[in-house]
Ligand binder design. Structure first.
Ligand code: 2BA
Length: 151
């Protein structure tokens, strides 16, 4: 059984907890905003990773960023969706993790980010660490602690 106090849980590699790349919805830097909005809407996610054709990680695209990019002074300029590409509006300023990082580092980042992308040493996308997965594991640990206390 893992222990919170010994640091066994927080010291575990991020790699144990990530959702692997093949199960993560993403768009490519050259896709137009219409395609990105379609993927975001169909998957139901607010934000997803942006990759290049070689699977290198470049940033995140989200519905608010897309809406902001097509917001005109008097109306929403939907025709821009077809002409602007993801690369023009994505957020490049996001933290990343590598699979060997300890969970403790991921936990700190998840305070301000709903998920964090994981890359290898060369920047190739490996997967994502989400709040849901980490909270689920923490919840199981807290439950075990409570059971031990009442034994
Ligand atoms: P959001 O899309 O804002 O989703 C917030 C939370 O809502 C998710 O938390 C999850 O609990 C739930 N949720 C939203 N859409 C869902 C769906 N289609 N199926 C199941 N649950 C859904 P987390 O699971 O902790 O995810 C945090 C963020 O990570 C998500 O924020 C999303 O931006 C991203 N994400 C999670 N899984 C992803 C995946 N497979 N592909 C791409 N992005 C993913």
């Amino acid at each position: 059984m893992m222990d919170l106090q010994t640091g066994e849980f927080l010291g575990k590699n991020i790699g144990h907890f990530i959702i692997s790349s093949e199960r993560v919805a993403h768009v490519q830097i050259g896709n137009n905003l219409e395609h990105a909005l379609l993927v975001l809407t169909k998957t139901g996610y607010t934000a997803i990773p942006v990759l290049d054709p070689a699977y290198k990680f470049h940033g995140l695209i989200s519905s608010p960023l897309i809406l902001d990019a097509i917001m005109g002074l008097e109306r929403i300029e939907f025709e821009k969706l077809e002409h602007l590409v993801v690369e023009d509006v994505m957020n490049r300023n996001v933290p990343t993790l590598i699979v060997k990082d300890p969970l403790e580092k991921g936990l700190k980042l998840l305070i301000n980010h709903p998920f964090v992308c994981t890359v290898d040493e060369e920047g190739y996308f490996e997967g994502i660490l989400t709040r849901r997965v980490v909270l689920k594991q923490l919840n199981a640990l807290v439950h075990q602690l409570n059971v031990k206390k009442t034994d």
